[in-house]
Design a protein. Structure first.
Length: 101
């Protein structure tokens, strides 16, 4: 993803200093209960007013029969003395289904 300005384009908690965005592909076979998954890298980025470019491409797209889901996770953190802590309320964190095939 490129041309992303976190300060302008994220609805974020006031105490958040960083965020992470991660995607996943999941294939679920409801008949057998079998599933496969693949995640993009999880990286933390500062909430800033300058443009960011980052990678949200999963390792591979899983194959198989069943329902194919494409998911997006956004999480917020606060950095204190160089350590990143997840915000306790989690109110702004979101896991969304982007697409179902």
């Amino acid at each position: 993803m490129s041309d992303f300005i976190p300060e302008e384009q994220l609805n974020k908690p006031t105490t958040a200093t960083h965020f992470s965005m991660r995607t996943a592909f999941v294939v679920v076979d409801l008949a057998t209960g079998h599933f496969t998954k693949s995640y993009s890298p999880r990286n933390s980025y500062p909430i800033q007013s300058t443009e960011l470019t980052f990678n949200m491409v999963p390792e591979a797209v899983p194959t198989g029969t069943g329902i194919h889901l494409h998911l997006l996770l956004i999480e917020f953190f606060q950095e204190v003395n160089g350590v990143s802590y997840p915000l306790k309320s989690g109110t702004y964190n979101a896991l969304n289904i982007v697409d179902v095939l």
